[in-house]
Design a protein around this ligand. Structure first.
Ligand code: HEC
Ligand code: HEC
Length: 206
């Protein structure tokens, strides 16, 4: 009898560890409130599932919640300039920004197919190897082999091409005003071909 009980307890412990760990990865937030805010305004550009409604807007699905909450706070404080986002974050409370982050990180992601395979191959090279002749570091060395990022670094995998291109250009010109030191030094060494290629390759990652 005792052995049987121990076995059950052991099995329960085995099951409880991974399930408990996954749930504990996210802070406790009001996801219903996040859904309300998304369906009130964000979905128009970022999509109901955070998948991005058109080629113009960044995908938020799968992005690290810490990064999303930080960007929203930076739009609100004016650290990150944006013609569009500044009015969108008006009145958002810090706990709502955190809730929006968790809400979007939990949304499913999907890779995109690249029509131009040769261009994507150039991007794959830059992403994994950088360009030793111009001193561009491999994107993978910070953003990860699959572009998944980390709580400290944005996920790139599956991002909309046009958005990645526009961000690389604005890091270069420092029109992206927040935390641009590292990415400015990288973007300033990329050629136009490399920008297009690496943005295309990134969009195919999942
Ligand atoms: C009218 C279109 C539009 C709406 C509505 C909108 N956004 Fe955005 N969002 C943008 C654009 C465009 C950018 C890219 C920054 C820029 O170019 O100004 C962006 C950027 C972001 C980013 C940064 C993404 C990154 O990868 O750095 C986050 C996070 C974000 N939006 C969240 C939201 C949330 C949350 C809402 C709703 C409260 C919202 N947005 C509503 C257009 C929109
Ligand atoms: C030395 C580390 C490092 C390397 C190498 C690096 N990045 Fe970054 N990248 C960062 C950091 C840090 C940020 C976040 C900046 C911030 O918080 O605003 C970032 C942000 C970005 C963003 C903005 C993401 C968003 O959602 O708005 C893009 C796009 C990007 N990097 C692309 C690249 C590409 C392409 C390469 C390779 C050519 C690359 N990065 C190499 C550190 C790096």
């Amino acid at each position: 009898m005792k052995g049987w009980k121990n076995r059950i307890a052991g099995m329960a412990a085995l099951l409880a560890v991974p399930l408990g760990a996954a749930a504990a990865d996210y802070p406790e937030v009001d996801l219903q409130r996040a859904e309300e805010i998304n369906m009130g305004r964000c979905f128009l550009c970022h999509g109901v599932e955070g998948e991005s409604s058109t080629a113009l807007y960044p995908r938020l699905a799968g992005q690290h919640y810490q990064y999303i909450a930080k960007q929203l706070a930076d739009f609100q404080s004016g650290r990150r300039k944006s013609d569009t986002m500044v009015s969108m974050v008006e009145g958002l409370k810090p706990e709502e920004m955190l809730a929006l982050g968790v809400y979007f990180e939990k949304k499913p992601t999907k890779a995109r197919a690249a029509a131009d395979k040769q261009l994507a191959a150039v991007g794959e090279f830059i992403f994994h190897r950088g360009n030793e002749f111009s001193g561009v570091a491999a994107c993978a060395s910070c953003h990860g082999e699959r572009g998944l990022g980390s709580p400290q670094l944005p996920r790139l995998a599956g991002q909309v091409r046009q958005y990645t291109e526009s961000q690389l250009k604005s890091f270069n010109s420092r029109e992206r005003t927040n935390d641009n030191a590292v990415m400015h030094s990288i973007a300033s060494k990329l050629t136009e071909l490399e920008v297009k290629a690496v943005a295309l390759y990134i969009s195919t990652l999942d």
